[in-house]
Design a protein around this ligand. Structure first.
Ligand SMILES: [Zn+2]
Length: 342
């Protein structure tokens, strides 16, 4: 089985994002939001059948761990109330996708975070998404201010309520920022990779992994700059008397394969232990074109893994086994959803 641990609903029906615009406009004008739009089942089915499901089939992958559009989370917009309503709407849509295509999609929640608002307000939505929707993880935004970094680092106790809830439900968090409202940080070209790198570094310089020995984090986009600079982080950990970096981090921190060229995947697989790498493509996402050097889509990351000089057993860990280990509820959910009719 090939499990893509990183996909977003980037093809949702237009009225969904349209409502978000109206919601924020109403908030800015001090008015109540309009009622949520009607989205019929067929619109959702079509948006997936002609989008992510079609690409899954073309590329030979089986299951996508699926969450709301990341740049659309917009935690810097509105306030805690608008974030709660928006997260609820987005997660409900993911649940509907997973209900229509239970063999192909399993949900991960976006959180109703808001800049400078305690993430305690996310706990009811996490409970709801796990208990009612059967979601298996969350996306945690380390910078709800959208590129201005106004909240405490991930090592701060500010975030501990979310970590306690993750451990309680045995769900990992993907450290994933949203859109940047800071023009110096392009959303997908800089802010995403900054978020990945900063998130890893914040955890490294904290006692989170000691305080929550079973917690699990996935650093997306190939780990940002981290694998490429593994020597720097090893050296920083050593200088700060934090011990061996691998001992300190690799029981709890994992990296996905959203790296869009073969040399990058080669480096990732050489530097990071196979046990810590999870297959992902983030299709249909930030980079949609075809690489003229290969003739294939940049985000067709399965092709790069296929080309790595690894044993079949190690490739199976990247494609399936590691995801089942990191997402503690995944295997049971796959078993349950594989007998559902679609
Ligand atoms: Zn993403």
């Amino acid at each position: 089985m090939i499990i893509d641990c990183h996909g977003h609903y980037t093809t949702s029906p237009r009225q969904h994002e349209g409502w978000r615009t109206q919601q924020i406009e109403a908030h800015t004008a001090g008015k109540p939001p309009p009622p949520r739009p009607r989205i019929i089942d067929d619109e959702i089915r079509e948006s997936i059948a002609n989008g992510q499901l079609k690409v899954q089939r073309e590329r030979g992958t089986d299951l996508t761990i699926f969450s709301p559009r990341a740049a659309g989370m917009g935690h810097h917009l509105g306030d805690a109330t608008t974030s709660e309503a928006w997260a609820s709407a987005c997660n409900e849509l993911i649940h509907r996708v997973c209900s229509f295509f239970p063999k192909n999609f399993i949900g991960v929640a976006m959180l109703p975070q808001s800049a400078r608002v305690s993430p305690k307000n996310c706990l009811p939505e996490i409970d709801r998404c796990v208990n009612e929707y059967g979601f298996v993880g969350v996306n945690l935004n380390p910078d709800p201010s959208g590129g201005h970094w106004q909240d405490p680092p991930l090592g701060d106790r500010y975030w501990y309520p979310v970590y306690e809830k993750m451990v309680e439900h045995d769900i990992p968090a993907m450290i994933h920022v949203s859109a940047s409202c800071n023009p110096t940080h392009h959303t997908t070209g800089a802010h995403y990779l900054n978020g990945d790198t900063a998130g890893f570094n914040q955890l490294m310089n904290s006692s989170v992994l000691k305080d929550f020995p079973t917690i699990k984090f996935i650093i997306p986009h190939g780990g940002g700059a981290v694998p490429y600079h593994w020597g720097r982080y090893r050296g920083l950990a050593q200088d700060a008397k934090l011990g061996l970096l691998s001992d300190r981090m690799l029981k709890n921190v994992f990296f996905d394969t959203c790296v869009y060229h073969l040399p990058g995947q080669e480096l990732l697989a050489k530097v990071i232990p196979i046990e810590n790498i999870l297959f992902a493509s983030e299709m249909i996402g930030a980079v949609r074109g075809i690489d003229p050097e290969t003739g294939y889509h940049y985000d067709d990351t399965k092709r790069y893994i296929d080309q790595l000089p690894l044993s079949a057993a190690n490739k199976a860990k990247i494609f399936e086994g590691n995801a089942r280990r990191v997402y503690g509820r995944l295997s049971a959910t796959i078993a349950k959803q594989s007998v559902a009719t679609d």
